[in-house]
Design a protein around this ligand. Structure first.
Ligand code: AMP
Ligand code: MG
Length: 400
């Protein structure tokens, strides 16, 4: 299956979880809004001063030349609104203080002179200057965020500024993660020659942490039917999504495939992409199943390009398109002779002539160091292609 088709299929076959819950704002970062938020009042909720200075009536001032106003008091941030500014007077005003009735201009303190009980204000002021209007950030009644919005720091800040202490969010997605392989071992223990540490489960769990989903750790299953079956059964029962790695390449596939055939169904496997050709997409009971390849880079690349968008959709938000940058490539000539889409690990460099992209090094699907260095995946289309220094390429931003 071509990569683009696999992307469409993986998105089309998942649907958003329906359950929602109310959470305190402090627990809401990274969560997805389940219902729109409408502003219960204006932000700011009153006209206030943007500067330390003097509240005046514009009509009292002159376009050129000074005027002398009598200083009638002071208003500070936190004071109750209700101060009144009479003609011929000025009030000392501090940043954030409510603008007194009658005032339509704030003059900054740096330009005035204080003489006895008077304030001498120079000409050249502008009406309405340095006044922050009620509702200029958010007007009462407007829809601030729609359902599906992911709550990041600025969103959370806006909700707090509206006085909202609780929000209705989609319940957290439950994602189970399994590693497979006789050679795969838990980090923290000594390993024998021929064994390796389980990096896939660690990197998948790290990626899932960025999405704030609930992770169900299914551990490592040996290449034995009973172990794989027990783990996948547990995943299917407890999770919305089951991710496994390894055991889906041609020689190995039978074990995982047998179990899935029994517990669910495979929709497709083998995607024309590199890294990441062997994959198994399907269902395990009611859970969506993604059988990812074993190689550590293939795991992260297929996660980023195929799994993550599907998870976002299930979380109730729009995954949006992949973020492509069009940049000149710098480096040795790349000759791609196979007919799969290829995703090369690259980094963007910023120079005097603008940005360009380079390879981060060896591209083997087991080489995590070039993945760790990468901030983009250079997308080479299916057809065989030669890319030379200076050619334009399409690079997908890596966003976990
Ligand atoms: P497989 O598809 O199971 O044959 O795995 C392909 C390659 O990925 C093999 O070299 C495995 O040793 C390696 N591999 C599989 N699972 C993991 C894992 N959890 N962590 C690191 N490497 C793995
Ligand atoms: Mg294996």
């Amino acid at each position: 299956m071509p990569f683009e088709e696999a992307r469409e299929k993986t998105l089309a076959r998942v649907s958003p979880v329906r359950e929602r819950e109310r959470v305190a704002l402090g627990a809401a970062p990274g969560r997805v809004l389940a219902a729109p938020v409408v502003a219960p009042h204006d932000v700011p909720n009153h006209d206030n001063s943007a500067m330390d200075g003097y509240a005046v009536r514009f009509a009292d001032l002159k376009a050129e030349g000074e005027v002398r106003l009598s200083l009638a008091g002071v208003v500070a941030a936190g004071d109750e609104a209700g101060a009144v500014l009479k003609p011929g007077e000025a009030l000392r005003i501090l940043t954030g203080a409510p603008v007194p009735a009658g005032c339509d201009c704030i003059v900054i303190q740096e330009v005035v002179r204080l003489e006895g009980g008077s304030v001498v204000v120079p000409g050249g002021q502008e009406r309405h200057q340095h006044i922050r209007r009620a509702g200029q950030d958010i007007a009462v009644g407007t829809e601030v965020f729609g359902a599906g919005r992911i709550l990041g720091p600025a969103e959370i800040g806006m909700l707090a500024s509206l006085g909202i202490g609780q929000v209705e969010v989609v319940r957290r997605l439950r994602v189970a993660v399994l590693s497979t392989g006789n050679e795969v071992c838990e980090p923290g223990r000594a390993i024998a020659p021929g064994q390796l540490y389980d990096s896939n489960r660690a990197s998948l769990k790290a990626a899932l942490a960025a999405l704030r989903v609930e992770v169900i750790d299914l551990g490592i299953a040996r290449d034995r039917r009973e172990e794989i079956e027990a783990a996948l059964r547990r995943g299917a029962a407890e999770a919305d999504v089951v991710l496994s790695s390894g055991g889906v390449s041609v020689g190995d596939f039978d074990l995982v495939k047998d179990v899935i055939d029994e517990l669910g169904a495979i929709d497709f496997w083998k995607v024309r992409m590199k890294p990441g050709k062997p994959q198994a997409h399907g269902r395990l009971g009611d859970a969506a199943f993604f059988g990812l390849p074993g190689n550590p880079v293939s795991v992260l690349v297929t996660y980023l390009l195929l799994v993550r968008p599907a998870l976002l959709r299930m979380m109730g938000t729009d995954p949006g398109p992949l973020r492509y940058l069009r940049l000149p490539y710098r480096g040795e000539t790349i000759r791609k002779s196979h007919d799969r889409a290829e995703f090369m690990r690259g980094w963007v460099r910023y120079g005097a002539e603008g940005a360009h992209v380079e390879s981060t090094g060896a591209q083997g699907s087991g080489i995590l160091s070039s993945m760790a260095a990468a901030d983009v995946l250079i997308h080479l289309p299916e057809a065989p292609v030669t890319i030379r220094d200076g050619d334009m390429v399409e690079a997908i931003e890596i966003v976990y």
